[in-house]
Ligand binder design. Structure first.
Ligand SMILES: Nc1ncnc2c1ncn2[C@@H]1O[C@H](COP(=O)(O)OP(=O)(O)OP(=O)(O)O)[C@@H](O)[C@H]1O
Ligand SMILES: [Mg+2]
Length: 477
């Protein structure tokens, strides 16, 4: 296998399946991340709210006890100190400061964790209580609240704190779970995406496989895959249409190659035969002269064929033409004059119609003459003595139409689609010096293509033929 060029390797694009799977996985992961963030935010808000509620509940309880008519020292001590004593890892810590802001009661272990000064300033009696997140010097994090309660001196201050270690653990575990979910979603979407894409692209792979089998020798093959999705069904149709056109072009091309070989072989064989005859025995100068004259005819025929083939080949490359104002009627009259002797000889009647006033065409004069002459030559060649030929011109739907009609032998319908092909003739037999080579109508078509126009042909076998040159009307006459 030949080594691939490095730049080809470097810029090798990602396969369609690869792209789809990647997009699918990216979309799934993005969705999973977005959903996880929303869930995480929701959970942490809920936990914070639940913590606040617990702190508020405690503060309200202590506030009620502090404001009791008979001071309930025992109950307060139980609520602040004793209730938590037997719990090894309790979360709620409480402290009551007296009027001089000295510690009156506090939960065991609170002093080293959260000194009095770390708490937020107590909210006024009417103000709503707000919690604050506090980093303890011990490294633990608390959610804390402080509230004022009327009392002796400056009144009481209740400080309440909630250890967030548990909440932090819950959130960390939840985060881990979400990371697993996102990771799982990514792998699952890669797997599912691969399967879905593979199934979805299978018909495409089948089309590719079928097209791979098609060679120039098997252009008659068509793709016929059952149950194709509509997008691919239209691709199949278009591809089959394209194959049809290619097959047609190939057939025309190979017919042309065979025809050109045949056309050149006949005159070359004639020339060779004449040379062999000339050399077969000693000849007089007059005999040599006659042979050379005869050969000259073949040379001229060959040169004309080659020149016309070259003209068509150049026209197909869209060579620029020299446009000028061409008086259509004057040109038609010129052509008629040129063929007058041949018309008379065949006793053909020729009339020109549509020439009232002057009708100008933006065209290449030489090419226009050549096209019309070719049509008149055909009419002359394929119309029996005593028949008639008509030249006509008319302006219709923004076009100028030049028509050559005859009452000749006509063309059978099966030949009509091919008469504009190079070297195509209905009557294939040709004797030396008689008949054309089948390039006249190809030249007409090439001329019309160069002018951006078209050529139409209609014919009835035994009745006659009419060929119309349709020029886009670029000139207002
Ligand atoms: N007016 C017509 N009447 C009947 N048959 C025609 C007419 N014009 C063309 N044809 C058929 O179409 C074929 C192709 O025409 P075309 O002008 O291309 O070639 P040609 O006349 O045979 O040769 P060339 O024009 O090269 O001398 C002709 O061989 C003839 O069979
Ligand atoms: Mg011809």
């Amino acid at each position: 296998m030949p080594a691939q060029r490095p730049e080809v390797l470097a810029h090798r694009p990602l396969s369609l399946a690869g792209r789809l799977v990647t997009w699918y996985a990216c979309a799934t992961v993005a969705l999973a991340i977005a959903a996880s963030l929303i869930l995480y935010q929701g959970l942490s808000r809920e936990l914070r709210q639940a913590t606040d509620n617990q702190l508020l509940e405690r503060i309200e309880l202590l506030r009620a006890l502090l404001q009791k008519e008979t001071f309930a020292h025992g109950e307060l001590k139980w609520e602040v100190e004793s209730e938590w004593e037997w719990l090894e890892h309790h979360e709620i810590f409480l402290r009551i400061l007296d009027g001089r802001r000295n510690v009156f009661l506090e939960t065991k272990g609170l002093a080293p964790l959260l000194p009095v000064g770390l708490f937020p300033a107590p909210a006024g009696r009417e103000a709503p209580l707000r919690s604050l997140r506090i980093d303890s010097p011990s490294g633990r994090v608390f959610q804390a609240m402080a509230a004022e309660v009327p009392g002796p001196g400056g009144g009481w201050v209740i400080q309440a704190a909630f250890d967030l270690a548990n909440e932090g653990r819950v959130l960390r575990e939840f985060k881990l779970l979400l990371a697993f979910v996102v990771g799982g979603a990514m792998f699952a979407s890669l797997g599912f995406g691969y399967q879905i894409t593979r199934n979805g692209l299978r018909p495409l792979a089948e089309i590719v496989e079928t097209t791979r089998r098609i060679r120039s020798s098997t252009l008659s093959e068509r793709i016929h895959l059952p149950n194709l999705p509509p997008e691919l069904a239209s691709l199949e149709d278009n591809f089959n249409d394209m194959l049809g056109r290619l097959e047609e072009s190939f057939a025309r091309l190979s017919r042309f190659s065979a025809d050109i070989a045949h056309e050149l072989r006949t005159p070359l064989n004639n020339l060779r035969g004449e040379a062999e005859v000339a050399l077969s025995r000693p000849r007089t100068p007059e005999e040599h002269r006659d042979i050379l004259v005869s050969s000259l005819e073949e040379y001229a025929g060959l040169a004309r064929t080659v020149e016309r083939l070259l003209f068509i080949a150049q026209a197909e490359q869209s060579t620029p033409i020299q446009r000028e104002q061409v008086d259509v009627c004057a040109e038609l009259k010129g052509v008629v004059d040129f063929y007058e002797p041949a018309l008379t000889e065949k006793r053909l009647d020729l009339h020109v119609s549509g020439c009232v006033g002057s009708l100008c065409l933006d065209a290449d004069r030489e090419l226009f003459r050549r096209a019309v002459s070719n049509l008149v030559e055909n009419a002359l060649a394929f119309t029996q003595d005593g028949g008639s030929i008509g030249l006509g011109v008319e302006q219709r739907n923004g076009t100028i139409r030049v028509q050559v009609r005859d009452t000749g032998i006509g063309i059978a319908p099966e030949h009509l689609p091919y008469v504009f092909d190079r070297l195509y003739r209905v009557q294939r037999t040709r004797t030396k010096g008689s008949g054309g080579v089948g390039l006249g109508l190809s030249i007409v078509k090439a001329v019309m293509d160069l002018h951006g126009g078209s050529v139409e042909i209609a014919s009835d076998l035994g009745t006659g033929t009419s060929v119309t040159l349709v020029f886009p009307n670029l000139t207002k006459s």
